[in-house]
Design a protein around this ligand. Sequence first.
Ligand SMILES: [Zn+2]
Ligand SMILES: [Zn+2]
Length: 190
Amino acid sequence: MKSHSEHFIILSPIGEIEVSLLSAIAHSIKRIFGFPTQISSLFSDISFAYDNNRNQYNSTQILNQLSTFLPENASKILAITDVDLFIPILTYVYGEAQLGGISAILSVHRLTESTPLINSDAIISERICKEAIHEIGHIFNLKHCKDPACIMHYCRCIGDVDCKSDQLCRYCQILLTDELVKYKKVNNCD
Ligand SMILES: [Zn+2]
Ligand SMILES: [Zn+2]
């Protein structure tokens, strides 16, 4: 039997990701989901997902690989990379997650782009934390939300990310609370 306190989310950096950024993400995860995190690089070679024609990496292929690395006691994995990600139907994605599954991936590649008026590390870190929470929200079964201020809102561009808040709307918060109750039941947490 595992207690809730023993469950944690793995943050798996792929490539060079700043430690301060990883701590900011860890802090946000604790705030929204209540889980501690463990930083552990599960794998670093993602050349298998590289697409020559697009000069980008196929996020779905990386996700499938990630799930096979889930260590015992860890509940979910969020990989963080600096390479540009895509899924075949879209030009690029900030991240991708297995809905109700185990793993998610986030790319900081496009989120670190600066816009003329906004160019501060704090804002970039805030953007990345919002999208990290968004992807983990999907692994806890949350879908896209119409509320443009909700963290589960789907963002088409950096401006959308900057506009939304770093919180779940009331509705998504209720859904998440239910999902966490279910999760704890299945995993014998208190
Ligand atoms: Zn999404
Ligand atoms: Zn919402």
